[in-house]
Design a protein around this ligand. Structure first.
Ligand code: ADP
Ligand code: ADP
Length: 227
């Protein structure tokens, strides 16, 4: 469980990106943060893995204040997927996915076997494993991004508009793949999107944010109030 307790983020220029946000992200389910551009979704996400620290309030990860966990330790348990996949351009696909296992000192053969297993799992043709990122389509790169985030089997996954940059057909297939994976893996997922349809499709819980960083409502998709 991830708990936001009265979390506020004010940037150096005075912008209040997140305003007194309190909510709970249940373990083993997908919680979607949805809202228009600039409502504080990315800021909220990045406070969980401490790429950004809150100005006030606190975020608890299983009852522990994330500010009491050093960032490298924290991030070993938190996979992170961004819009443009963020793959290392000079590393082969298999080595991109195995990056974290390598860092953790896994045996190279074991790390690569794990990478291949994950690539298969996210629906990527494993024949592409020896290629470089620029040789893959945007949708394929996103699959690799998801595989990489899962490599060390973190209990938590943060996903920041991971499917927004691909065309609608590919986006649908990536969404379906994520739901399939999740029915098996039961990760604690925070998924950020500006697309309400995507939020309703993927979220077990949907948190609707408004510009100014306010929480408008949080509910199961079926009970979201129309606005
Ligand atoms: P979203 O992800 O919903 O688009 P962000 O969290 O990126 O929203 O941004 C929330 C608000 O904070 C916006 O007004 C944005 O311009 C502002 N903001 C984001 N990063 C910074 C920064 N480093 N310095 C100042 N303002 C920022
Ligand atoms: P991303 O797509 O990774 O969320 P953005 O395009 O929102 O990044 O922002 C790019 C960079 O500019 C980030 O470092 C963000 O913190 C910063 N930034 C965003 N909005 C503002 C703002 N209003 N003032 C200052 N910096 C900002």
């Amino acid at each position: 469980m991830i708990t936001f307790e009265g979390v506020t983020k004010r940037y150096g220029d005075g912008t209040v990106a997140v305003d007194n946000l309190s909510l709970q992200v249940p373990t083993g389910a997908i919680t979607v943060f949805v809202g228009p551009s600039g409502c504080g979704k990315t800021t909220s996400l990045r406070m969980i893995n401490r790429m950004i620290d809150a100005t006030s309030g606190r975020i608890l990860l299983d009852d522990q204040d994330v500010r009491h966990i050093d960032p490298p330790t924290l991030r070993r348990g938190i996979g992170y997927v961004i819009q443009q996949a963020g793959l290392f351009p000079h590393r082969k696909i298999v080595d991109n996915v195995a990056t974290v296992p390598y860092l953790l000192g896994w045996d190279k053969k074991k790390a690569r076997a794990r990478a291949m297993e994950l690539l298969e799992r996210v629906g990527l043709d494993t024949k592409l494993a020896g290629r470089y990122p620029f040789q893959l389509s945007g949708g394929q790169q996103q699959r690799v991004g998801v595989a990489r985030a899962l490599a060390a089997d973190p209990p938590v996954l943060l996903m920041d508009e991971p499917f927004s940059a691909v065309d609608p057909v590919v986006r649908t297939s990536l969404q379906d793949e994520l739901l399939r994976l999740q029915s098996d893996l039961h990760k604690t997922i925070v998924f950020v999107t500006h697309d309400i349809d995507e939020a309703i499709k993927l979220g077990d819980t949907v948190a609707v944010l408004r510009v100014g960083g306010h929480l408008a409502q949080i509910a199961a998709p079926s009970t979201l109030l129309a606005e």
